[in-house]
Write a protein that binds this ligand. Structure first.
Ligand SMILES: [Zn+2]
Length: 435
């Protein structure tokens, strides 16, 4: 009972920290570098799993699916997990999706995505349509183009199709054409109905841009856009490009996981996740004052003026899909300690800060080699402590506290107060030096 109380107490404190971090980071990230990776040098197996998760996610905002491959038995099986409660719709989606992989073409998978999650697809198209073409023109003018084969060496499979479609072969003009089609005002009209053909073309254009050398130019754009703006544009294009990339990737590779005449084997993990009700402080200032004792509510509110209206004093936390999947697989087919192979967990979105930190610490202490998607700086106030083992949770708690203190320091004049143990350590070092 005592253990439960301590764990719940820790969860309340972590949820408060995560909620405050969400608000203060927004101010911090909007004007500075915020990391993130849109690299194409990700292991192909992880990209495949990411793509499957993208296609299985339904149309509810925040819906998260994690996918891994279990190769421990003679029949390879995809293991699927959800952040939220598994629904009949999820079960139906997978039951249609896996046979579609085997029986249909790549373009049919895009049609499946449009049918399964029309609002998400439309929103991603509209986000790309909002990209400012004047800014794109400035970026294109500032960039030094290579010749066509070097500029687009990662999209050679569609290059001839595009040169023919647009009757052009100059890299600058081709990229401009792709952006022009993506930013068409038609996509922004609320009444517009996205056809499968239109969606396929736009996702292909986004894929074409995302895999160009131009897209990866990190240094040439600083005078035109700050890091956060570059990241925003890249994120929008990347999200739309994933459908085209994923459809081709799944179509080309997933079929090899078909058992003889038995289709592709998969299983959903039943979500028995305990949704833990957490009641938090009603005051963001009180949460910040744990680290900066003299900070006031007014100072915290100045950093994020809408914090009081949006602050949630009660919420339910849950264990994220990636971690439930990892624990499930470690239980039923444990990694070989000391000689662990790499094992991947794909996801329809970048994994969060806490999951990233949890998996890193788990790998370090357990001698495993789990790899999850992305390196997101995003944090979610609903992230639940896993409970086993406690020291892995503690690493996440420490990391969140560190991020929170750094973010507050960047936005205010406050400097963190050393803890008693830090102070003791410094005192002992000073004493040693004086001897
Ligand atoms: Zn997570």
């Amino acid at each position: 009972m005592l253990t439960f109380l301590i764990a719940h107490d820790q969860q309340v404190r972590l949820s408060e920290d995560l909620q405050l971090l969400h608000f203060v980071r927004r101010g911090y990230l909007s004007g500075s570098h915020c990391g993130g990776q849109y690299t194409k040098y990700i292991d192909p197996e992880l990209k495949l799993l990411d793509s499957i998760a993208l296609y299985l996610a339904n149309d509810i905002p925040g819906d998260t699916v994690a996918v891994a491959l279990d190769t421990s038995t003679s029949r390879v099986q995809f293991i699927l997990a959800k952040n939220n409660t598994l629904t009949d719709q999820d079960i139906r989606t997978a039951a249609i999706f896996f046979p579609t992989i085997i029986e249909q073409e790549a373009v049919d998978l895009l049609e499946f995505a449009l049918f399964n999650s029309p609002r998400t697809v439309k929103s991603r198209i509209q986000k790309c349509a909002e990209i400012d073409m004047d800014v794109v023109d400035k970026l294109l003018r500032a960039y030094k183009f290579m010749d066509i084969s070097d500029e687009f060496k990662d999209t050679s499979s569609i290059l001839s199709q595009l040169t023919e479609m647009w009757s052009m072969s100059d890299p600058h003009s081709m990229l401009r054409q792709a952006f022009t089609e993506l930013t068409s005002a038609d996509s922004l009209k609320p009444e517009v109905i996205i056809t499968n053909e239109h969606f396929t073309r736009l996702s292909m254009f986004a894929y074409f841009i995302v895999n160009s050398r131009f897209f990866c130019d990190h240094d040439g754009f600083q005078d035109i856009l700050n890091h956060a703006q570059v990241r925003k544009y890249r994120r929008r294009l990347y999200k739309l490009s994933r459908y085209f990339d994923g459809a081709n990737r799944i179509h080309a590779t997933a079929r090899r996981f078909t058992a003889q005449d038995a289709g592709i084997s998969y299983v959903w993990i039943e979500n028995h996740a305990s949704w833990d009700l957490v009641k938090m402080s009603t005051s963001p200032g009180a949460v910040a004052s744990v680290y900066f004792p003299t900070i006031t509510e007014a100072e915290v509110t100045r950093v994020q003026p809408n914090i009081m209206e949006q602050w949630t004093p009660t919420l339910r936390t849950f264990i994220h899909a990636e971690l439930r999947l990892l624990l499930h697989l470690e239980h039923y087919s444990p990694s070989v300690r000391g000689n662990a192979k790499r094992r991947f967990i794909g996801c329809n979105r970048e994994s969060c800060l806490c999951c990233g930190e949890w998996v890193r610490e788990w790998n370090k202490t357990e001698g495993t080699r789990w790899i999850i998607s992305g390196g997101s700086a995003l944090s979610f106030k609903t992230w639940a402590l896993v409970g086993v083992p406690e020291y892995v949770d503690q690493t996440v708690i420490n990391r969140v506290q560190h991020c929170l203190m750094s973010a507050i320091e960047k936005l205010t004049d406050y400097r963190r107060v050393l803890s008693d143990s830090d102070q003791l350590l410094i005192d002992s070092i000073l004493k040693l030096n004086r001897r």
